[in-house]
Design a protein around this ligand. Sequence first.
Ligand SMILES: CC(C)(COP(=O)(O)OP(=O)(O)OC[C@H]1O[C@@H](n2cnc3c(N)ncnc32)[C@H](O)[C@@H]1OP(=O)(O)O)[C@@H](O)C(=O)NCCC(=O)NCCS
Length: 149
Amino acid sequence: MSVPGTVDIRPMTKADLESVLAIEQASFPHPWRYEHFLHELASPHSFPFVAVIEGAVGGYVCLMSLFEEAEILDIVVAPHLRGRGIARALLEHAVAIAQGKQAGIMRLEVRASNRAAIALYERFGFSRTGMRTKYYEGVEDALLMEKTL
Ligand SMILES: CC(C)(COP(=O)(O)OP(=O)(O)OC[C@H]1O[C@@H](n2cnc3c(N)ncnc32)[C@H](O)[C@@H]1OP(=O)(O)O)[C@@H](O)C(=O)NCCC(=O)NCCS
């Protein structure tokens, strides 16, 4: 049993997907689908983790790590649990896992309008390395960011 308010981070399982999809759908206009998460669970290069708060899934991160490169594919915290350091805990965990797999660099892309996520990544030492114009739905730019591990 976890202490109230503490965040436990553990590997995502198929049994988590109902909760994960509910958070995903509450967070994005174009959410990942069930099959997408199944792929993350099955891929040998994917390392999805959930944050469990008081027994319930409150957020998750999908990390890909292949040779020297790691990528954050998705990091989400349930709307009612934001601002409590849960994304920070998930990102710290993902960085530690990637380092353990000998990755030397971590990359990600984020919507240029996503101020909260960009602030999170910058706080973690990610720098802006480029832009993909009209990458999302042919409309919104993607900001490319990376961090040396
Ligand atoms: C981005 C997101 C994951 C942050 O989760 P969170 O648990 O609220 O973040 P934390 O509480 O761990 O905050 C860590 C740092 O991120 C930054 N941050 C988080 N939310 C912020 C906000 N709304 N505005 C500005 N900075 C913010 C801050 O630097 C914060 O550090 P501080 O508290 O010391 O100032 C969350 O807002 C979310 O799920 N958004 C929707 C999904 C999404 O856009 N994911 C990223 C793209 S894949």
